[in-house]
Ligand binder design. Structure first.
Ligand code: GAP
Length: 442
């Protein structure tokens, strides 16, 4: 059997930790799973929620020029005719004539089947539409066909006038949405990276056509910096401009934010200049005018759209990968405190001398604000290691000193250093450090 490369080993170790510690499980695993579908376990759901909340806070709440939206997954099928997906949301597909595997024609290396190794023996290339089809209502005929949305942004375009007329926004402004998207990928692969069901975090930012280049630049920088702000190492993050031949049918320009995953450098997020393609197409297909009437300039125009489109699952996978470190004595997840699934763990040193009662009180107090963990089992060193492995930034131990001097021992994940903190100051101490306001030592 071929030996696994270092990168493969690293990926295998991460996947194994994800399962063992409850970050990510195979979907419906007891039935053999379903290819391209994944479930987030007790820690994974916290991590992914924190990623989405950080995005929403920074991209919607903290900005005066972006509002939110939450659209249905099923939409009128005309949406997908207008968007161009029925016609051209396809991947080129071939079958291996030897082992019958179904493969993406554009991902074959040296025209060789990645499953059985056979060379040059494939069917003709066919175009395969990636949208999942279903039927709405009791009749299963062509009149009831609907699609699971393959991207969240179309819900934003079709609500453009609703948002304009119900709020006081005007270009330049954005509409943001987080939600599920579905693509019947021919080859789901690389853990959650290419899934058939995934979540997107998208902003459609509407601007005057001649201002599109400067807003494209703004979003390119803003989104790149966002990943760095949450701890992604700069050397692992890259911007890549698309070649003209790579551009989607609606885009005048696109830049990808790429991350160095163990399986190679790959797209985390795309920032595209979608021009006025979508609003014009929906106007044409719906016969509703989606142009914007500018009261100051006394003119009507179709805004251009700058679209930062990120994957919540790919982002989560990048944060997991970047945080993962194997050290001499421990495996540690160096999550940014804002993303860490558990913010603090509380340990009574021993289960006597009033320590459990004090620990439970402290836990109840801090758990009202953050996701915390209580552990009273096993040696203290082992309890620290278990928390390191899931990236808990702070462990709080209630020991002999607590009863005597009202102090707890706080241990920091990264430096493994410890210090005493007064019980009454504990919440503020954690708040300042979890928010990044203060350093550990301060
Ligand atoms: N509205 C534009 C759009 O959907 P895209 O590049 O096809 O553009 C945007 O997708 C992002 O969605 C990607 O950068 C990626 O993070 C995520 N994404 C796309 N397909 C995915 C898949 N099969 N599995 C996981 N994430 C995916």
């Amino acid at each position: 059997m071929a030996k696994k490369s270092g990168a493969d080993q690293r990926m295998a170790a991460l996947v194994s930790l994800c399962k063992r510690r409850g970050f990510i499980f195979q979907s419906s695993e007891i039935y053999g799973g379903l290819n391209g579908c994944w479930d987030y376990g007790p820690l994974g759901v916290e991590l992914k929620r924190n990623v989405k909340e950080a995005w929403w806070r920074d991209m919607v709440m903290r900005r005066t020029d972006v509002v939110g939206l939450d659209c249905s997954i099923l939409m009128n099928p005309r949406t997908w005719e207008a968007s161009g997906h029925v016609q051209s949301f396809t991947d080129p597909m071939v079958d291996c004539l030897q082992c019958k595997s179904r493969l993406r024609a554009d991902q074959l290396e040296n025209n060789q089947c990645p499953v059985c190794g056979t060379k040059d023996r494939f069917t003709e290339v066919r175009q395969f539409n990636l949208m999942f089809k279903t039927h709405v209502g009791a009749l299963e005929d062509s009149s009831s066909v609907a699609y699971l949305r393959p991207e969240t942004c179309q819900g934003i375009f079709v609500n453009f006038q609703n948002v304009l007329s119900s709020t006081r926004v005007k270009p330049p402004f954005g509409i943001a949405q987080i939600g599920k998207a579905f693509r019947n990928e021919i080859n789901p692969r690389n853990f959650t990276f290419r899934s058939r069901e995934f979540e997107q975090m998208e902003i459609e930012f509407f601007v005057k056509p001649d201002e599109a280049p400067q807003w494209f630049d703004h979003w390119k920088q803003t989104r790149y910096q966002w990943y760095l702000n949450y701890g992604i190492k700069k050397e692992n993050l890259h911007l890549r401009d698309h070649e003209a031949s790579e551009l989607a049918h609606y885009a005048a320009g696109c830049v990808d934010i790429e991350y160095d995953f163990p399986f190679g450098r790959a797209e985390l997020e795309g920032i595209a200049n979608r021009t006025d393609y979508d609003l014009k197409r929906h106007s044409e297909f719906s016969k509703k005018d989606l142009s914007y009437s500018d009261p100051e300039a006394k003119q009507r125009y179709f805004p251009y759209v700058i679209e930062p489109s990120a994957g919540a699952d790919r982002g989560t996978l990048a944060f997991l990968t970047d945080a993962y470190a194997e050290e001499a004595e421990r495996t540690v997840m160096r999550f940014h405190p804002r993303l860490a699934p558990i913010k603090a763990a509380v340990f009574p040193l021993v289960n006597k001398d009033g320590m459990p009662e004090m620990a439970e009180k402290i836990f109840a107090d801090i758990a009202s604000e953050w996701n915390c963990f209580y552990d009273d089992k096993g040696a203290i060193g082992r309890r620290y290691r278990r928390q390191d492995e899931v990236g808990t930034p702070y462990c709080i131990t209630i020991d002999g000193e607590t009863g005597k001097s009202n102090v707890v021992t706080v241990r920091e994940r990264d430096s493994m250093k410890q210090r005493h903190v007064g019980m009454t100051q504990l919440k503020e101490f954690l708040r300042e450090r979890l928010s990044g306001e203060k350093e550990w030592e301060a």
